[in-house]
Design a protein around this ligand. Structure first.
Ligand SMILES: Cc1cc2nc3c(=O)[nH]c(=O)nc-3n(C[C@H](O)[C@H](O)[C@H](O)COP(=O)(O)OP(=O)(O)OC[C@H]3O[C@@H](n4cnc5c(N)ncnc54)[C@H](O)[C@@H]3O)c2cc1C
Ligand code: FES
Length: 427
């Protein structure tokens, strides 16, 4: 029998080709993954140009916009291009960034600085749009009964108005372990669908490695935000996207929703056993890593997280975004020292005193030093800084945490130095 032999020149060529193909594949993946960091959707607009309409903006915004057309105070200005009614109490605002470069990651949020009832109030709103998919950033706001900002945005804000915001922020973003195929299991309740919709559009349209399972809980069909759009996405990606809609008090029959093989509509509430059943029924067939993304009312988050942990999923694979602000715990001042904080920012350092029992954010404000913040409760991460010297104790909604166990990452709004000298850096 004659042995089949490969010509050595061809073998070398094959190795070169394979190496080259690997190299190209690596860079394509690298560019796609880092695309959001490198402003893959960059809205470059001239300051004050592009139809910057000052007519309807309120006084605070007008003054700031004309004084700081670029980003001297790290503010960004966004004009409302369009307002879309999503349900009786929910509206989406399509925004046109007006100054500088603007980029965001799917799952992040904007903190709006609104001048309402004679004061500046800050509220965060997640993007429901996705970079690489939607031409403009979009936020989706659900009106809270007697809620100051949400009522204003849903009922009064109109196209043409310019909103002031802090740059996009938030850690509710895609996992970095990009090389493995991923199964994303998303659980949303009410307006919690906003960042989930942003994430799922990106994973389906801009990548091929993710399969997505969505569990979306709502009161009834009329309160299912993005119902029609979700159905379109299910049709577009039949092999990678499945969904369960859970309606606690449906108004009609569920036949209309149960039209396709990928969508199941169920009458019920998300309890531990139902979630366990859905997770087991929709486990990836292979060894894909499963990451969970949770966003919704506190009860739904708690139940879902407990069920997933009980099922053995590690904490680091369960990501959650909390919309509800709860007042943070304050430690007794006697346990903490008076001291000083050195703040390093953009290459310069300024120091300010801090009294026992004051948060770093409060001490900075007292010294008239502006630091970024939004919720003041350790939830949104807008105030993230790095502790470089000293030690900071944080009182987060999930319990206390020391900067020594977070590699120095701190939230200044709930951060209390436990050393007399602390050096922090703000990006
Ligand atoms: C990271 C993050 C992302 C978010 N993303 C979204 C999003 O995409 N969409 C969205 O709709 N929301 C989102 N939120 C929530 C949003 O930021 C606001 O908290 C929400 O809109 C309510 O703000 P408000 O000013 O309307 O209500 P507030 O005026 O702050 O009131 C909130 C609630 O508390 C009640 N309340 C207010 N004052 C009192 C009082 N003195 N006593 C008793 N009750 C009172 C009100 O009746 C209301 O029901 C997000 C929050 C965070 C932290
Ligand atoms: S301001 Fe929201 S975590 Fe500090």
């Amino acid at each position: 029998m004659q042995e089949s032999r490969t010509c050595p020149k061809c073998a070398v060529k094959k190795i070169h080709f394979e190496f080259f193909a690997k190299f190209v594949r690596y860079w394509i993946q690298f560019i796609l993954f880092h695309a959001t960091k490198f402003n893959h959707i960059v809205y470059k607009v001239g300051s004050g140009a592009s139809g910057f309409n000052f007519k309807e903006i309120n006084t605070l915004h007008r003054a700031e916009a004309s004084l700081y057309p670029a980003d001297m105070k790290n503010r960004i200005y966004l004009q409302i291009l369009e307002k879309r009614v999503e349900s009786a109490d929910t509206a989406s605002l399509v925004l046109q960034p007006l100054n500088g470069f603007f980029s965001y990651k799917p799952g992040q949020f904007l903190t709006l600085l609104l001048s309402l009832e004679g004061q500046e109030i800050r509220r965060s709103y997640s993007f429901s749009s996705s970079p690489g998919v939607d031409p403009y950033p979009i936020i989706t706001v659900k009106r809270q009964p007697n809620g100051i900002a949400s009522s204003y945005l849903v009922e009064k804000a109109e196209p043409g108005e310019v909103l002031t915001a802090l740059p996009p922020a938030g850690q509710f973003v895609l996992p970095v372990s990009w090389r493995q195929p991923h199964h994303l299991f998303m659980i949303a309740g009410g307006s919690g669908i906003s960042p989930i919709f942003s994430l799922l559009k990106y994973t389906l349209a801009c990548t091929t490695r993710f399969r997505v399972m969505l569990v979306y809980a709502s009161r009834d069909e009329q309160n299912l935000i993005f119902k029609e759009e979700l159905k379109k996405w299910l049709d577009l990606y039949p092999s990678r996207f499945k969904a369960v809609f859970l309606l606690s008090t449906p108004k009609g029959g569920l036949e209309e929703l149960n039209g396709s093989a990928q969508l199941k509509a169920i009458h019920g509430r998300l309890g531990n056993s139902l979630l366990e059943e859905i997770v087991k029924d929709n486990k990836p067939p292979d060894e894909s890593v499963t990451d969970f993304f949770l966003c919704g009312p506190p009860g739904l988050l708690l139940k879902s997280e407990m069920t997933l942990r009980f099922m053995g999923y590690p904490k680091e694979n369960v990501h959650k975004e909390v919309f509800t602000i709860t007042p943070p715990f304050r430690p007794p001042a006697e346990r903490l020292p008076d001291g000083a904080v050195a703040l390093s920012r953009n290459g310069s350092v300024e120091s300010f005193p801090i009294r026992a029992g004051q948060t770093i954010l409060e001490a900075a404000e007292q010294a008239e030093i502006e630091l970024p913040f939004s919720c003041r409760s350790g939830i949104c991460t807008t105030c993230t800084a790095i502790c470089q010297e000293g030690e900071v104790e944080m009182y987060l909604p999930d319990g206390p945490l020391n900067s020594s166990s977070t590699k120095g990452v701190i939230q200044t709004c709930v951060g209390y130095p436990v050393t007399t000298f602390t050096k922090i850096t703000v990006g």
